[in-house]
Every structure is written in structure tokens, then in C-alpha cells.
Design a protein around this ligand. Structure first.
Ligand code: FE2
Length: 307
């Protein structure tokens, strides 16, 4: 049952060289830089997003994800979910308003996979970038690179997938849209959604906790994904795989790496989900086809290169 979480709102990514990272995310992906804070963090967004930012880059000694945040409907929902997380046994940390630029108070908790998640109700609304909200034109004419429209989801690797599924389903109101199961019917991959998308966050079983597989950004069309492939080659950006289609979610995709080794995805399409849909099942023995629908075999990198 849905509980008032609306969407993925932000991800804070650790990078080794801030200037290189800013160039990658703004010039190649086409995200819009919207500001920097006193800690030196850089804030960016996709042009269709109505809130101030969705990606935060933080310079650090190791790459990876610090946390992923979800926006909830209002403060009453935030308080309700905070109480439910505590009752469920989660430790909840409070982060004051404006610790992130223009973001209201956040609550942070750790999932059984080891990843940190946040919920918040308020973020400064700045509107879509480059177009008006009144009689809006189709798109801004001065977008760069891949022209990524929005931050869409993260795929995260860690242990305790069943427990993580229960936390996200029972406490946070996510629905299981797709799953990968082993021959004993144990979940080894879960694709969870709070809306009509095939996933807002996904987890794959891995013994090591708190590993970051990728942050993903939405493009308009398959043609835009192919064009992203051209840009990856034009800029000699390290590529993981693609362009191809996923079996899981059926999205059309390409994967590549930022200069710190964090994996990015840009994709389009994908299945839709309603609350009465039964979760789609992919069998782990068919994982090659589930991940890369055309090649039907996994590349070793996809399973082992994590930050
Ligand atoms: Fe993805």
C-alpha cells in the first residue's frame, strides 16, 4: 500500500576529482549545474525536474554513493513514516533544513543492504529549467550533451535482499514491480516502485554492503540513447555496455562510467506498473537475458565493477 512517497528526489555521489566530474555530468549527460555550497559540493538537475536539484557531487577519496533521497507528499507523511521506521527498528538520523542547498529537513536511515536513504517533504521549487510553466515550449534550445531529462533511479548492490524488500514494502509503501529469483524462489534482485515506473530503486544481492552499481537518467527516445552512444565515443568515455535493451523492465539503455569509475545509465522506455500488477519474475539462471536482452550473456564488469 502506498504511503505518500512520491519519487526519487536526489542522490549524492562521491567523486575523486570534482572539476572532471562536473564536466562529465554537465557537458556529457547534459545536467544543469544549479549551485555550489560552502562544503564545495556541486548541485545539478535534469532540465524537466521542478525542484532545485537532484544530483549532488561531493569530492572524496573513494567513489560511490553517500545516500539516495525520496521526496514525500508533505510533512504529515514525513512524520508518519519517521514513526513507522522507528517502530520497525530503524535508527533515524535527523538532518536539519538547508544542510543540502534549498532542501527541507531530512530523515536518514540505513537499509539492510547497508545503503543510506533519506526522506524529505520540502525542496525549493525552481521549475523546469529553460522553459516557462505557462505555455511551455517543448524543450530548451541550449541543452548540452545527452540532454538527460531527469534523475530516474539507482541500482544498488548489497546483502539482505529479502529484509530490504520487507522494509521498502511494509514501512515505505513501495511495490515490487519485477524480481529475480533463484531456484529456491529466494529473491536475488528486486525492482521497487512508488508510482507507475518499473523501478524507482532496485537492489541486487551481493555479499558486500553499500555498493553502488549505477545512477540512471531518463532520455526521450531510443534515438536519444543511440546518440548518447555516439557522444560516449566522441568523448572517449569508458563504456560498460550498449546500446541494448534490458529484459528486466524492458528499458532501452546504455551504460558508461564517470571519471571516478561510478557507473551511469541513460535509458528510455520501460514497462509501466499499477498496484494490481503481479510482480514480473525473471529466473536467475536466465540473468544474462534479464540484464542484456539482446546479447543474452552478462559481461563480467556488470556484476563486479561497483563503487
Ligand atoms: Fe538502471
Amino acid at each position: 500500500m502506498r504511503k505518500g512517497i512520491m519519487r526519487p528526489g536526489h542522490v549524492q555521489i562521491r567523486v575523486l576529482d570534482l572539476a572532471e566530474a562536473v564536466s562529465h555530468y554537465s557537458e556529457l549527460l547534459g545536467l544543469i549545474e544549479v549551485g555550489r555550497d560552502a562544503q564545495g559540493r556541486v548541485y545539478l538537475k535534469g532540465w524537466t525536474e521542478v525542484d532545485k536539484f537532484s544530483v549532488v557531487l561531493r569530492q572524496a577519496d573513494t567513489a560511490g554513493m553517500d545516500f539516495m533521497g525520496f521526496k514525500v507528499l508533505n510533512n504529515a507523511v514525513l512524520e508518519q513514516l519517521e514513526g513507522e521506521l522507528i517502530a520497525y527498528g530503524c535508527e533515524v538520523e535527523h538532518i536539519p533544513a538547508d544542510e543540502l542547498f534549498g532542501c527541507g529537513r531530512r530523515i536518514r536511515f540505513q537499509a539492510p543492504t547497508g545503503h543510506y536513504f533519506e526522506l524529505y517533504a520540502d525542496k525549493q521549487k525552481t521549475g523546469k529549467w529553460g522553459i516557462s510553466n505557462i505555455n511551455p515550449e517543448a524543450w530548451p534550445r541550449n541543452l548540452k550533451g545527452m540532454k538527460a531529462t531527469r534523475f530516474d533511479h539507482c541500482l544498488l548492490y548489497g546483502p539482505n535482499i529479502e529484509q530490504t524488500h520487507m522494509l521498502f514494502r511494509d514501512v515505505l509503501g513501495f511495490e515490487l514491480a519485477e524480481q529475480v529469483v533463484d531456484p529456491e524462489n529466494q529473491k536475488v534482485g528486486i525492482f521497487m516502485t512508488v508510482g507507475m515506473k518499473s523501478h524507482d530503486v532496485a537492489f541486487i544481492d551481493c555479499p558486500e554492503p553499500n555498493k553502488f552499481h549505477h545512477a540512471s537518467f531518463f532520455l526521450d527516445s531510443w534515438e536519444a540513447v543511440l546518440r548518447a552512444g555516439d557522444l560516449i565515443s566522441m568523448t572517449d568515455t569508458p563504456i560498460d555496455i550498449g546500446p541494448t535493451r534490458h529484459g528486466l523492465t524492458h528499458g532501452q539503455t546504455i551504460y558508461f562510467f564517470d571519471p571516478s569509475g561510478n557507473r551511469n545509465e541513460v535509458f528510455c522506455g520501460g514497462d509501466y506498473h499499477y498496484p494490481d500488477h503481479q510482480p514480473v519474475i525473471w529466473k536467475v539462471e536466465d540473468l544474462g537475458k534479464a540484464i542484456f536482452y539482446h546479447d543474452r550473456v552478462l559481461n563480467e564488469r556488470f556484476l563486479t565493477v561497483l563503487t
